[in-house]
Ligand binder design. Structure first.
Ligand code: ZN
Length: 111
């Protein structure tokens, strides 16, 4: 079973679909997994978990979880963090963001 407490949900709204798919995959694994934090760092998803009953990162279950998380993180680097459309990594005033063309324009207007 997957636990994903509200306080751990710190990711931008455009990545909701990525998170939903990741959560479905993790939920299908028959292990007690708790999401500690899901957030954006350097414009890509970071997804930290704890797996009950396992301490060793080399355990098979960690490899499975890492694979799913890595796929979601890779997807987040090409997904607009505002709307979920196809996006690119951009730099605005030395700050990295993943935005579609439309939201890049909007962000630059307000920069
Ligand atoms: Zn967008």
């Amino acid at each position: 079973m997957l636990e994903f407490p509200e306080y751990a949900k710190q990711y931008p709204p455009g990545w909701q679909n990525i998170i939903d798919r990741l959560v479905a995959k993790l939920d299908a694994i028959d292990f007690d997994i708790t999401v500690l934090q899901a957030k954006s760092k350097f414009a890509s998803l970071r997804f930290y978990t704890r797996i009950k009953g396992t301490k060793h990162y080399e355990d098979y279950i960690w490899k499975v979880v890492d694979k799913f998380v890595a796929e979601a993180e890779a997807e987040s680097t090409v997904t607009c963090e505002v709307c979920g459309a196809k996006a690119e990594l951009r730099e605005i005033n030395y700050f990295m963001v993943t935005l579609c063309d439309e939201h890049l324009k909007e962000r630059l207007k307000n920069a």
